[in-house]
Design a protein around this ligand. Structure first.
Ligand SMILES: [Ca+2]
Ligand SMILES: [Ca+2]
Ligand SMILES: [Ca+2]
Length: 503
């Protein structure tokens, strides 16, 4: 039984597929050589990666490094042992694709149920499980559900990576190294203590129960008395598809990036991983790979700096830079290197028309950190590790600020919905609210979050666990709560008022 194949769309380019290049982007090696030469020259002149301590403040150093980049930098680095690329992020991109696949499937449920119905307990949750648990690699045959202006190099999940799933990388699943015990310390979803896994599975169950009810002709109603045909839309205004997708971007991608791969809380893990030798049979050191895995979860294309914000957001600019770019000119888009996923896309969306440049800040810090690793041939010195931590802090802060700006964006959308009064559109408001809430749950996963625990808790008290409807008697006070939540974020992340008002 595979309802997925009935319900989801199939942008299938398998007939066009070719084997993966074994030595991709030879031009990058030229670039790397050039960049390393320039860096070496620069370091001799100014001590960019040496021990001098004249500018130890994060702001000064990150600003200095920003000015060195010219937009042509590509996140591609050869192995210290030879010519092969040492950047491998297939597992991270596979999880981005699984999150997108799950979202597409949940989105398609309304039409699927109209055609076939869902009548048995376990029928839907077992399909969600294909993406979420992917036991025995059953997700490998699932189609890639994103698309681009050129054919994609990969047609299904197995073309990206094998043996990957979402659950194993969800907050609370790593045996060591997570900065909280997520079974007991996860907050933001009401009084009951749920783990992130339990919360996701609860949402899956809610959707299934509603799907069975709809199939049996028992539909719920919105507060306005409209019948709800969608199994992923609750009568209280929860859009489970949006909640699930946005929460997974936080609880898998952001959590793994910032609490695991870029953290320094455990000897031998994250940025304290081994850098003395290549991992056996691989072209990278553990430290290089850890850094790259975090970059993969940020989701940017390798030549992200070459895009304008409009181009990443597919809202203008050059025709061949629209969310993706055929960097190696093989007339197809390689999802592992030529496509902007999730967080990197949202960073550019927020930058568009605003004072921030979170997209460049994040990428530049990832790039500079990786360049440092590529230019060292043994364990990092104390000074090098200090420098790497500065790049780490810069990347993580820009990444989190992009998420926070996105929460502000959806708070503003909810404020507009509330202002519509009785004319509001229920599904639209539910979608905006659920995107806001799903992303807002992310901040707790960063051990370096600018939000204190108290502020995080306060934020979620203000947002609540369901939207207050615009024609409800509490709408005015809920509107005040959203404004207070927005101010809390603006103050914690040092956003400019004009950005906050217009995101
Ligand atoms: Ca950690
Ligand atoms: Ca290509
Ligand atoms: Ca930007």
């Amino acid at each position: 039984m595979n309802l997925t194949n009935c319900y989801s769309s199939h942008p299938n380019h398998s007939s066009q597929r070719t084997d993966r290049l074994t030595t991709p982007f030879p031009i990058f090696k030229l670039c790397l050589t050039l960049c390393l030469t320039l860096c070496l020259a620069f370091s001799l002149l100014s001590g960019c990666d040496d021990s001098s301590s004249e500018s130890s403040s994060m702001t000064d150093l990150s600003n200095m490094n920003m000015t060195e980049l010219n937009g042509t930098e590509v996140y591609e680095f050869s192995s210290r042992d030879g010519e092969d690329s040492s950047v491998s992020i297939s597992g991270q991109i596979a999880r981005h694709a699984l999150i997108e696949g799950l979202k597409s499937y949940m989105n398609s449920l309304e039409s699927g149920i109209a055609q076939q119905g869902v009548f048995e307990e376990g029928e839907l949750t077992s399909i969600f499980s294909i993406f979420f648990d992917c036991i025995d690699d059953v997700c490998g045959d699932e189609s890639i559900t994103v698309s681009s202006f050129l054919p994609l190099k990969q047609a299904n999940i197995a073309d990206l990576s094998s043996g990957k799933n979402l659950l194993a990388k969800l907050a609370g699943q790593d045996p060591v190294g997570q900065h909280k015990d997520w079974a007991n310390e996860f907050i933001g979803w009401g009084q009951d203590t749920l783990s992130p896994e339990a919360l996701i599975r609860d949402w899956f169950t809610q959707v299934e129960e509603q799907a069975i009810s709809i199939s049996n002709g028992e539909m719920l109603m919105t507060p306005k008395g409209e019948l709800i045909q969608r199994p992923d839309l609750s009568s209280t205004g929860l859009d489970y598809t949006q909640l699930t997708q946005k929460f997974l971007l936080g609880a898998v991608a952001f959590s793994q990036g910032v609490d695991d791969y870029l953290d320094d809380s455990e000897d031998g893990k994250g940025i304290l991983s081994d850098h003395t030798a290549l991992v056996e049979g691989k072209s990278y050191t553990e430290l290089e790979h850890s850094w790259d895995e975090a970059f993969g979860y940020f989701g940017a294309a390798r030549n992200y700096l070459a895009y304008s914000d409009d181009e990443v957001a597919q809202a203008g600019g050059r025709e061949d830079f629209q969310g993706a770019n055929d960097l190696n000119n093989d007339d197809q888009i390689d999802l592992l290197s030529e496509y902007n996923w999730g967080h990197s896309l949202n960073a550019s969306k927020r930058d568009r028309g605003h004072s921030t440049d979170l997209s460049q800040k994040a990428f530049a810090a990832f790039y500079r950190g990786r360049l440092l690793l590529a230019s060292t041939n043994t364990a990092l010195s104390t000074e090098e590790l200090t420098q790497l931590k500065i790049y780490r802090d810069t990347a993580v802060l820009a990444w989190e600020k992009a998420i926070s700006a996105t929460v502000v964006h959806y708070i503003n959308a909810c404020l507009n919905d509330l202002d519509s009064g009785a004319e509001y559109d229920f599904a639209t408001y539910a979608k905006h609210w659920s995107e806001m809430k799903g992303f807002a749950l992310s901040f707790q996963f960063n051990p370096r979050s600018p939000l204190s625990s108290d502020q995080f808790s306060q934020l979620h008290t203000l947002l609540g666990t369901a939207p207050t409807m615009p024609d409800h008697s509490d709408a005015t006070s809920y509107r005040m709560q959203l404004l207070e939540a927005r101010s809390l974020l603006a103050n914690a992340y040092l956003f400019e008022q004009n950005d906050v008002d217009t995101w």
